[in-house]
Design a protein around this ligand. Structure first.
Ligand code: ZN
Length: 252
C-alpha cells in the first residue's frame, strides 16, 4: 500500500484550495465597488447639479455679451444718423432719419432691458450655483472618512489577492504539467471541484461514485492521472489523514 501518499494529490488539492481562496478574495475586492459608489452618490448628484447651473450661467453670459454688442452696434449707427441730421436738406429727409433713429432707439432700449434682466438672472443663478457647490463639498467631506475606510479595506483585500496569486504560481509550478493541464481545464469550466481524493472505500471524493476495482488499485499504487467516470474530476490517492494511522516503528 502507499504509506507515502503521492505528493501530486496534496499538491493538486493545495492548488484547488488556493484557487477557491482566490475566487473568494476576488469577490471580496469587487464587493467594495457598490458601497464606494453609493457613499459618494449624493455628493456627486449635487456636484452634477452645480455643473448644470454653471453651464446655464455660461450660456446666459454669452447671450448677455451678444446683446451688449448688438446694442453697441445700434448705438454707433444712431450716432452716425445723428451726424447726418446736421446735413439734411429737406424736411422729408429729416423725418426719414428721425424715423430710423426712433426705431433703433426702441430696439436698443429693449435690448438693454434684456441685458438688465439677464444680469439679474445670472446673479441669482450664480448664487444658486455656489450653494450647490458648497452643498456638494459638504456632502463629500461628510462621507470622506467612510470612503477612505472602504478604500483601505479594499486595498487590504487586493493585497491578499495579490499574495494568493503569488502563492498560486508557486503551487502550480509544483504540479506535474500533465495533471496541471487537466486540472486547469476542469477548473476553467467553472466547477468548484476539479480534484478530489478517492475515499477509503474506493469512491470518487466528489460525487461518491464507486471507482472500478482495477482503477482503485492503480490510484493507490501508481497514482496515474485518473478521471472519475461519473463526474469527470481528477481522483487522487486517499488523503493521508484518512489512511489507517501508522504504527510507530517497533524498536529492533
Ligand atoms: Zn466523481
Amino acid at each position: 500500500m502507499t504509506a507515502d501518499a503521492d505528493p501530486i494529490s496534496s499538491r493538486l488539492q493545495d492548488l484547488q484550495t488556493i484557487d477557491s481562496r482566490i475566487r473568494q478574495a476576488r469577490e471580496r475586492v469587487a464587493s467594495f465597488d457598490p458601497p464606494l459608489r453609493e457613499v459618494v452618490e449624493s455628493a456627486e448628484e449635487l456636484a452634477a447639479e452645480a455643473d448644470a447651473t454653471a453651464k446655464r450661467v455660461q450660456d446666459l453670459r454669452l447671450e448677455e455679451r451678444r446683446l451688449c454688442r448688438s446694442a453697441e452696434d445700434k448705438r454707433a449707427r444712431m450716432s452716425r444718423l445723428e451726424d447726418r441730421l446736421d446735413n439734411v436738406r429737406t424736411v422729408q429727409q429729416e423725418e426719414a432719419v428721425q424715423t430710423e433713429l426712433g426705431m433703433l432707439r426702441r430696439v436698443v432700449d429693449s435690448e438693454e432691458q434684456d441685458v438688465v434682466n439677464l444680469l439679474d438672472q445670472i446673479e441669482r443663478l450664480g448664487e444658486r450655483m455656489e450653494a450647490q457647490q458648497s452643498a456638494s463639498e459638504e456632502a463629500r467631506a461628510a462621507v470622506e472618512p467612510r470612503r477612505k475606510e472602504l478604500l483601505a479595506e479594499r486595498a487590504a483585500a487586493q493585497s491578499e489577492l495579490d499574495a494568493l496569486a503569488q502563492r498560486r504560481e508557486e503551487a502550480a509550478s509544483a504540479v506535474d504539467p500533465r495533471f496541471r493541464r487537466v486540472y486547469e481545464n476542469l477548473a476553467r469550466g467553472g466547477r468548484r471541484a476539479a480534484v478530489a481524493p478517492m475515499t477509503e472505500d474506493g469512491a470518487c471524493g466528489a460525487c461518491f461514485s464507486v471507482i472500478p476495482l482495477q482503477l482503485q488499485n492503480e490510484i493507490r499504487t501508481t497514482a496515474p492521472l485518473v478521471l472519475c467516470e461519473a463526474c469527470g474530476i481528477i481522483v487522487t490517492v486517499p488523503d493521508a489523514a484518512e489512511e489507517e494511522p501508522e504504527q510507530d516503528a517497533e524498536p529492533r
